[in-house]
Design a protein around this ligand. Structure first.
Ligand code: B12
Length: 288
């Protein structure tokens, strides 16, 4: 069966039936009243033929439900624009070669999980040498100097460390999302970074976490966002290509014309004429 891209609906028991599984919690003790409230709530949302198939007490005052219902809505996917940073995925050796050729210095990366968030596994998967799923972390790449500040790092400390070490990229993990604390935290960190004088104008600001994606990160003013299943090699490639693009105007092997790549990055970030790339990067070049 070839789906009609102008009119995509969920698949439950059979093609195009619109049937969906939902799970949610209501602040009501388990019982017939709670079950009926769950059913009516889903009907109010527009679902038909609602079946509440599972109800379980969550303490005395709450109930958890699993339910099925049919949605009449469809979505036209022919005009949907996806949000992912675009860059070529080079093999390890090729990436090292490109970075050495074009950047000519170690790329300094400062990372951590910020705010009160204590989760370190995600940031370690990206930064530490062991990596994740057989994909080595950024510490394994000789082109990077990685400083992992681990978890519960305050925004002030991260910002100061990035300035002190002349970071080329900061990598922030946010796992706890209750009350949107991840979004608020990333917003305040960005504000701090914008006010910090000692940072490179080309500094890459990269956010990640299980409920993060490129669209969310960009909407907060960050350069890129990476979500579940991210491999360190993807992040390594993004960093190298994007730094080269900012320094040379475009990345090797890419058109550098994707809208994403052009948003929010002014020409002021390009290396001044007559100044060596290394000099400009390290702030030691003519006229720095
Ligand atoms: C392990 C764990 C813990 C451990 C953490 C140990 C440690 N040293 O990290 C401990 C027990 C300490 C813990 C504590 C808490 N936890 Co916890 N924890 C988990 C658990 C089970 C696994 C998280 C994990 O390690 N995932 C594996 C990593 C590899 O995945 P990842 O983080 O998504 O990372 C990948 C990508 O997202 C991405 N990525 C992540 N970060 C970054 C950063 C960058 C820059 C980039 C590029 C990519 C990237 O790349 C990674 C690799 O692919 C999850 C549930 C779950 N199954 O996911 C709950 C979970 C995250 N915890 C949760 C909660 C609520 C808590 C507590 C608040 C509980 C409590 N009431 O005390 C506390 C938090 C305390 C605090 N101050 O932060 C909730 C979060 C809910 C929410 N959305 O807000 C979860 C989802 C559990 C749940 N279902 O309720 N937790």
């Amino acid at each position: 069966m070839k789906p009609d891209v102008n009119r995509i609906r969920p698949y439950g028991d059979h093609y195009d039936d619109g049937k969906m599984q939902l799970s949610f919690t209501l602040p009501l003790p388990s019982g017939e009243l709670a079950r009926e409230a769950a059913r009516l709530y889903l009907e109010k949302m527009g679902f038909s033929k609602v079946q509440v198939t599972w109800m379980e007490p969550m303490g005395e005052a709450f109930s958890f439900f699993v339910a099925y219902g049919i949605s009449e809505h469809s979505i036209n996917v022919s005009h949907i624009r996806t949000h992912k940073p675009e860059f070529p995925l080079l093999p390890f050796e090729d990436l090292l070669h490109l970075a050495r050729d074009k950047i000519k210095k170690k790329i300094v990366i400062v990372g951590g999980t910020t705010g009160s968030d204590a989760h370190t596994v995600g940031i370690d998967a990206i930064l530490s040498i062991k990596g994740v799923a057989g994909d080595k972390g950024l510490e394994y790449y000789p082109i990077f100097r990685v400083v992992n500040l681990r978890a519960q790092v305050s925004n002030e400390v991260l910002c100061a460390k990035a300035a002190e070490l002349k970071a080329d990229a900061i990598l922030v993990s946010q796992v706890v999302t209750q009350q949107d604390q991840h979004l608020n935290n990333l917003k305040s960190l960005l504000k701090l970074l914008r006010g910090e004088k000692g940072l490179y104008p080309h500094l890459l600001k990269i956010a990640g976490g299980p409920r993060m994606d490129h669209r969310i990160a960009k909407s907060l003013g960050w350069d890129a966002g990476f979500g579940p299943g991210t491999k360190p090699s993807e992040v390594a490639n993004y960093i190298v290509h994007e730094l080269i693009r900012r320094m040379h105007g475009k990345s090797e092997g890419t058109s550098g014309t994707s809208k994403d790549r052009l948003e929010g990055q002014g020409a002021g970030h390009t290396r001044p004429k007559g100044r060596s790339l290394f000099g400009w990067l390290s702030g030691r070049g003519k006229g720095s």
